[in-house]
Design a protein. Structure first.
Length: 149
């Protein structure tokens, strides 16, 4: 018995699949060469970065009229276990400019290798800024309107 020749459509799909697999391998190799191996993070370096992030947040609060005494802070949990993330509920007045705070926060924590990802809940009129460090959210700042301000 002889094998049937591949149809044109099947052959074309196989060539495309092989080309995509080669591209994936090439991109992986290029990423390894360009990025190298990231140096392992030490606990001391992580603590120093987290302390710098807290200092950056603390330095912005008075500039935006935020009273540190009114902020509720707790450690987040998932299924009863600590996640390592700190959550803060921050009451702000009607004139609070979340976009400006986000930009200032992003600039303030960038030297520590951290970034900000923000989400907005229009219905509650609140904004949450998640500080990401080492690919993990380490802090969430929820800005909520304070009726008394």
């Amino acid at each position: 018995m002889t094998a049937q020749p591949l149809s044109g459509a099947l052959r074309r799909r196989l060539v495309i699949a092989a080309g995509l697999a080669l591209c994936a391998l090439a991109l992986t190799a290029a990423g390894k060469i360009a990025g190298g191996n990231p140096r392992p993070e030490t606990p001391a370096a992580r603590r120093a970065a987290e302390a710098g992030i807290v200092r950056a947040i603390d330095s912005l609060c008075p500039l935006y009229g935020i009273d540190r005494g009114l902020i509720r802070t707790w450690k987040a949990t998932a299924a009863g276990e600590p996640t390592g993330r700190i959550e803060e509920k921050i009451p702000v007045g009607a004139g609070f400019r979340s976009l400006e705070f986000n930009h200032a926060l992003s600039s303030g924590i960038a030297p520590f290798g951290a970034g900000v990802v923000a989400t907005e809940r229009s219905k509650e009129n609140s904004v949450t800024m998640h500080i990401v460090f080492g690919g993990v959210t380490v802090r969430s700042l929820s800005f909520v309107p304070d009726a008394g301000r």
